[in-house]
Design a protein around this ligand. Structure first.
Ligand code: SAM
Length: 269
């Protein structure tokens, strides 16, 4: 099966910003960036920036003397990023581009970041070499989810999709979690020329409203959204019921709090 490029269409980018960013990508960015040696005045690249949550959190740390470039394949994600651009700190330049051929000069950046993008690039070694090319002799930070067995919410949804929509759609939904393990990430970074590679596992506590409210929004903010929207009411309700049952263990007064672990890799050029 070809590499899933995880492209959102129609209202997908707005749904991503509304449902995925507050529940998981913003808290993940806080965990991730705590480990990265960011400092005022740096120039930072955010590869596969999506709707810009990483750049938004980096901007105040770099201050007005710093600068950020956000690169993203999907122009519609960049449109949402522009609407939510950071109000203070380093200015952000949003560029449409492919991680496999970065539209950037050699040694242009102090820090290169990539939060949950590497798993979608068709040629991951080439993308890591590109990030290496545009770095000064400083650092890179990469985040990729652990396999889906460690993320109960996505596992429950993937299983319900397999039963009610089909294996291809379930497979697309699993793509963000299909990267591989820590040793694979380690080897990819070392082979691309990085040194001092250090990989840790962190777990985001993903907070969601009760499944009846959160699962439709979550599905709409992924590439399988249009396939789910085309289902009849009975199938859509069955998916929500099955996910609610599978996640009953994670219910709390808020709705659901579900662990979602990620690898965070830091390395130097
Ligand atoms: C799960 S989102 C993560 C977005 C963002 N980094 C965040 O943390 O919210 C993955 C992003 O990778 C982008 N993407 C996929 N393939 C890409 C490529 N070859 N080059 C650049 N961006 C790509 C997708 O369009 C999508 O916006």
């Amino acid at each position: 099966m070809p590499q899933e490029a995880w492209q959102l269409t129609g209202s997908g980018p707005d749904s991503y910003e509304r449902y995925q960013v507050p529940s998981v990508f913003a808290p993940l960015a806080r965990l991730f960036l705590k480990r990265v040696p960011l400092a005022p005045g740096q120039r930072v690249l955010d590869v596969a920036c999506g709707t810009g949550i990483v750049a938004r959190q980096v901007a105040p740390v770099l201050g007005s003397t710093g600068s950020i470039v956000g690169i993203e394949l999907n122009a519609a994600m960049l449109d949402v990023a522009r609407q939510h651009a950071p109000g203070d700190g380093a200015p952000v330049e949003w560029r449409q581009g492919d991680a496999g051929s970065l539209p950037c000069r050699d040694a242009e950046f102090d820090i290169v970041l990539c939060q949950q993008g590497l798993q979608f690039f068709p040629d991951r070694p080439a993308a890591l070499r590109e990030m290496h090319r545009v770095l000064k002799p400083e650092g890179v930070g990469i985040c990729v989810w652990r396999s889906i067995e460690h993320s109960p919410c996505h596992l429950a949804i993937a299983e319900a999709l397999r039963r009610h929509v089909g294996t291809d759609i379930a497979q697309r939904f699993r793509a963000p979690f299909s990267f591989g393990d820590e040793s694979f990430l380690n080897r990819l970074l070392a082979d691309a020329g990085y040194r001092d590679v250090a990989i840790e596992t962190e777990t985001v506590a993903r907070r969601l409203l009760p499944p009846e409210e959160s699962v439709p929004g979550l599905l709409a903010s992924t590439p399988v959204g249009p396939a789910v929207a085309a289902l009849d009411e009975v199938a859509r309700e069955a998916i929500i019921d099955e996910v609610a049952r599978a996640l009953s263990h994670y219910r709390d007064e808020y709705g659901l709090t579900v662990p979602q672990p990620t690898y965070i890799a830091l390395a130097r050029k």
